[in-house]
Design a protein around this ligand. Sequence first.
Ligand code: MGD
Ligand code: MGD
Ligand code: MO
Length: 773
Amino acid sequence: MVESLVDQDLGSSEAGFHPHTSHWGVFSARMTGDRLEVRPHPGDPDPNEILQNFPAALRHRARIAQPMVRKGWLENGPGPDSRRGRDEFVPVSWETALDLLGKELLRIRDGAGPGAIFGGSYGWSSAGRFHHAQSQIHRFLNVACGGYVRSVTSYSSGSSQVLIPHIIGDHEGLTKRNVSWEQIAEHTEIVVAFGGMALKNAMVAGGSVSQHVERPAMQRAAARGCNFVLVSPLRSDLPEEAMAEWVSCTPGSDTALMMAIVHTLVVEGKHDRAFLERYTSGWPVFERYLLGETDGQPKDAAWAAPLTGVSAGDIVALAAKLAGKRSLIVVSHSLQRAEHGEQPVWMGMVLAAALGQIGLPGGGYAYALGAIAYYGRRYNAVPIPTLSQGRNGISDFIPVARIADMLLNPGDSYRFNGETRQYPEIKLVYWAGGNPFHHHQDLNRLRKAFARLDTLVVHELAWTATARHADIVLPCTMTLEREDIGANSNDPLLVPMHPVARPYGQARDDYAIFADLAERLGAREAFTEGRTVRQWLEHLYGQTQAGLAEKGLPAPDFNEFWEGNGLLMPQKPDDGGYLRAFRNDPDANPLPTPSGKLQIYSETIASFGEADCPGHPTWLGPVYAPTEATPFVLISNQPKTRLHSQLDFGGHSIASKHRGREVATMHPEDAEMRGISQGDIIRLSNERGACLASAALSDSIRRGVVQLATGAWYDPQDPKEEMPLCVHGNPNVLTRDIGTSALAQGCTGQLTNIQVERFEGNLPEIRAFDPPV
Ligand SMILES: Nc1nc2c(c(=O)[nH]1)N[C@H]1C(S)=C(S)[C@@H](COP(=O)(O)OP(=O)(O)OC[C@H]3O[C@@H](n4cnc5c(=O)[nH]c(N)nc54)[C@H](O)[C@@H]3O)O[C@H]1N2
Ligand SMILES: Nc1nc2c(c(=O)[nH]1)N[C@H]1C(S)=C(S)[C@@H](COP(=O)(O)OP(=O)(O)OC[C@H]3O[C@@H](n4cnc5c(=O)[nH]c(N)nc54)[C@H](O)[C@@H]3O)O[C@H]1N2
Ligand SMILES: [Mo]
């Protein structure tokens, strides 16, 4: 299905257009005076509109023009300070900024030691294999500071990354080399997508993507007669092309729904006993639980109906539709980004195992398919360019979403993946390429955590709330202002990324900033290895070139690649990966789990003794049941018109707002009861905070649910207050900062409970995109 791109032109041959790429697709761009034009790759069957955030963003006033130091830090030096995020900034020269920061890094490195530096720096930054901010900052901290406390797992898949190795095996293999879109188009008879496969999400891929194939693949499958069933509180989680049946469920209830489907299969004798016997371990223990033999509660359709909001009849009918078919169970990342998020991921595997299709073409379990464009594709057969990060002298880490806990509770112990660990004492946090005021939960708590630091350093291209909370803000270039190589291990096109515009103001590349800082720490040569940016690109390209040569394929030299329209890399066959191999011969190809099989029961997890993640999938009760004070469940999912918070000031993102606010969707009947009309400004609140949004009414959302995408920049009405109102619509002022469970400690940002009312006051101004004083 992925057709050849060799003959396709990136559009760069037309006067002034330069090839480039992004998380949103390959494109070419042209600057005429101050006007930027962006054109998607002509070979992309379904280009992503997010690309259209670039033109207005490139020279927007939200960009950072020069280095800045927070006034309080400049006057009083490093130290805990509750003025962070409330203080003024003083513009300084690069020389001064780097001298101050160099001195501060030396003070920490040679005093408290690199174990007092948190360099996790989580975030998506921008595409490009060399100017990849995470690689740059980690390499710098390793080479020049002796290391840093890092973070493990991700906000995306914090609980599945810990769970899956215990029960299935390799997480990367499960998501990236398993059931493909090509297989679905050809073979699948029924797809049940828990949390959906929304095109808004599938259109994004970290690094680069040259073809958006999801829509045509679903269209082809549906035209062939494949049945799509969407289980979600939002109808838009599958595209129209899938012609899906919509099962509207209560948020956080999927585990119960899956259990009831399996219960129905078992009592009707329609589960695949031969598969369970041969390929899984622990089914008998789970079956006793399922049938109610261990706790007196059969997990049948009548039990699940009130929990899920799906009628018992519909559950039984869904089980009947699945039995005996080439079925595919999809569980989205979002389901595990909530309290007890391990359970639906585990139970999804059990459901797929009970249906017996795992390992067959187009069948089985495709965790996270459709969440990102690098899932469900073919893998490249040659390595893509990768910058070495060096060796980290510090072994300590935290699960990524525990950052505020760490800063607020140094020395406290916590559980993670069967271990009892201790939070380190951090003095300095260094961020490049991420936005914790986008990604983290309970932002008022995060502000308190950041107030504890001696120093917060941020490299940013724009005045995000994270930059506004920093002590030292260093302006960096945006991707269009530098040269790089774009690639993704699941996309065949290697892209020469030509610069399109000059750096904004005094902005510099992260690499150049780190090189000059490394000099102040006596490590310039070790950091740069004496290479210019162009020499690094040639060096990194050499990894792919060598891979091609090794396979006896044409391996153009760097200049030829650089002047060309993208290099097509060979890909591995669409072979179903390790699950297919396991199915074909489980003795020769056991899974990398303790039993070598799918673990329906895990002795290892049971031995950890965590009440919130027992040894087999368990219904742990509703977490997000409405209360009188907070009668709604808020879904804060990924935004359609941008990637996270990136370029929220771009044209496409701004156009999706109403009266300057982010739009929140709710059911017309819920709105009516509260006197809310389409376009009204509403106030969303709970015990942790409050924000404004603009109301959109739709019957494509379940009653009792409100949806507000992430990514509107945090905009406190009065930053001096302890719990300021965010006037723009950042849902993370509402979400709870708690781990999924003691097993995985994943992010739980997707769901929370809230109150909603019409906002009656004078509408406050949006200042998120104005540079600070
Ligand atoms: N409530 C809630 N919260 C969530 C989620 C949710 O579902 N609900 N989802 C979570 C998920 S899955 C994720 S992955 C996270 C995402 O969280 P992040 O990845 O932190 O979000 P981004 O907005 O992509 O942040 C990237 C930042 O890097 C900057 N940047 C871009 N290019 C460069 C560069 O070259 N150099 C430097 N120094 N900076 C650059 C951008 O301006 C931007 O501010 O959010 C999580 N947060
Ligand atoms: N346009 C765009 N695309 C993106 C991103 C972006 O920021 N913008 N971010 C990318 C990243 S980093 C990631 S990790 C992926 C994230 O991929 P996901 O986590 O899968 O994406 P979300 O949009 O957060 O959630 C998908 C849907 O799950 C549904 N949902 C929420 N809770 C429940 C529940 O309890 N049960 C059921 N059945 N459904 C539920 C919501 O309706 C939501 O629309 O997306 C990627 N794609
Ligand atoms: Mo993510």
